[in-house]
Design a protein around this ligand. Structure first.
Ligand SMILES: Cc1cc2nc3c(=O)[nH]c(=O)nc-3n(C[C@H](O)[C@H](O)[C@H](O)COP(=O)(O)OP(=O)(O)OC[C@H]3O[C@@H](n4cnc5c(N)ncnc54)[C@H](O)[C@@H]3O)c2cc1C
Length: 402
């Protein structure tokens, strides 16, 4: 238990964390990878390069310091972090390594301001958080192990089929190499995959939402090829999947994870709002609902640059024609032609209130960070209750709605 004076010391670091948190986390990751380079196989080095991981950790440390008297308010966020950690096979002993480098980094970055008392307080605070996470992750590992067909660790999957879905998105049908059953995922969940990248001489993990309905024989993921430009390098794993890996090749996969899932125990209407490749969990949800042919009302508004990058276009149109409980609309930045399902411009929920304002609906959002942030605000302005909003960020958690 932290003493009152230790809590005071932690709270006194809040302004510093708010201003210099990213400086601290950059230093921390650099230090940890210098001393423990084996962890580069576990961490997403792309998120290190583009800085999102450092930002996410800085926000998490700040949130923890701000809520040090009652860290249980952070449980929903910690649950998501725990889900990601378990899908990456993080073990309890790795918390010791992280803790050691984090405390050393606080000392090195704060210099003389890092008194012995402050470091002791942060050591206790970190220990408390590590205990919460280790216990949480232990229970997630146990829950996952109880699902029929689930597995622990990494399991080898063969790329059974590779299918082009649009100019930049391809699907990969993954079947377990051992030929045994796989766990039925909950529509909306993702897989962590691990591939060896020769140019880095590293294994690299990434998450991909499952884009197919639950099936005991295979999973499908649909991956956008992240192009580079003069300001950023091309994406490592997505380009490896698109350019190098072929049908018959093998990659490693951990059991399905994530809490951005369809609430199958309810019959409330659903409003799905997606941008770009953020459509993938909704393809799984729709594939599932379509096969079940239930009567739950579903409205799906999607935005992407153009028809050429709009994956699963024909499938979504077919669902629209087949089911009177399903309606969809898509926004292309410059649509060549508009009709009842196609609009030109950006997705703005205020322009399609007849489609999105449905009593009792649950709202699922997935897409680029600015899209999610704007849509959350726009829905709130339209009076939608934040408790009815669920979202998935395709990267480290940096959006906080409270
Ligand atoms: C829960 C979840 C579900 C996901 N589902 C999907 C999905 O269904 N489909 C999908 O395609 N993706 C999905 N993603 C995203 C996916 O995990 C990867 O992040 C994505 O494929 C990019 O990985 P990469 O290795 O190709 O790019 P990385 O190498 O990781 O690079 C990431 C980005 O950083 C940029 N970058 C690289 N170097 C720099 C630099 N020096 N400075 C600035 N920027 C730089 C790259 O151009 C790229 O845009 C999901 C992510 C999560 C967390």
């Amino acid at each position: 238990m932290l003493t009152t004076s230790e809590i005071g010391l932690i709270k006194a670091t809040v302004p510093i964390l708010r201003e210099h948190g990213v400086l601290l986390t950059k230093h921390f990751y650099q230090r940890m990878f210098d001393h423990n380079p084996e962890l580069k196989h576990i961490f997403n080095m792309g998120n290190q390069k583009n800085g999102t991981q450092q930002t996410a950790l800085a926000l998490a440390v700040l949130a923890y310091a701000e809520n040090i008297e009652n860290p249980s308010v952070l449980l929903p966020v910690l649950q998501r972090i725990g889900d990601k950690h378990t899908s990456l096979q993080i073990s309890a002993d790795q918390y010791d390594i992280v803790g050691r480098h984090l405390l050393a980094s606080i000392s090195e970055v704060l210099g003389e301001a890092a008194t012995e008392e402050l470091i002791t307080a942060w050591a206790k605070a970190y220990g408390q958080l590590a205990d919460i996470m280790i216990n949480l992750e232990k229970s997630i590992y146990l829950q996952k192990a109880a699902v029929p067909g689930a597995w622990s660790g990494w399991r080898k999957f063969v790329i059974d089929r590779k299918v082009k879905e649009s100019d930049e998105i391809s699907s990969f049908y993954l079947r377990p190499q051992d030929g045994l059953e796989v766990a039925l995922h909950q529509p909306g969940q993702y897989l962590s995959i691990k591939v060896y990248i020769p140019s880095l001489d590293l294994y690299q993990p990434r998450q991909y939402s499952i884009s197919s309905a639950p099936d005991q024989h295979y999973y499908r993921i649909s991956v956008k090829k992240e192009a580079g430009n003069q300001n950023k390098e091309e994406g490592t794993v997505s380009n490896h999947l698109h350019n190098v890996l072929q049908e018959g090749d093998v990659l490693e996969v951990s059991t399905p994870a994530g809490d951005f899932v369809l609430n199958t125990d309810q019959s409330s209407p659903l409003v799905l709002l997606s941008g770009g490749v953020g459509q993938t969990p909704f393809v799984s949800i729709m594939d599932f609902l379509s096969a079940a042919d239930q009567q739950r009302q579903v409205r799906w508004a999607h935005a992407c640059r153009s028809e050429n990058v709009h994956a699963f276009r024909d499938q979504i149109k077919a669902w629209d024609e087949e089911h009177d409980w399903f309606k969809h609309i898509v926004f292309y930045e410059n649509a060549a032609q508009e009709d009842k399902n196609i609009r030109s411009g950006r997705l703005d929920v205020a322009e399609i209130t007849e489609m999105v304002l449905i009593p009792e609906a649950d709202y699922y959002l997935c897409g680029p960070k600015p899209f999610i942030e704007k849509t959350i605000l726009d829905l709130a302005a339209l009076g939608v209750d934040r408790k009815k909003l669920f979202f998935e960020e395709f990267g480290p958690q940096t959006i906080h709605t409270n």
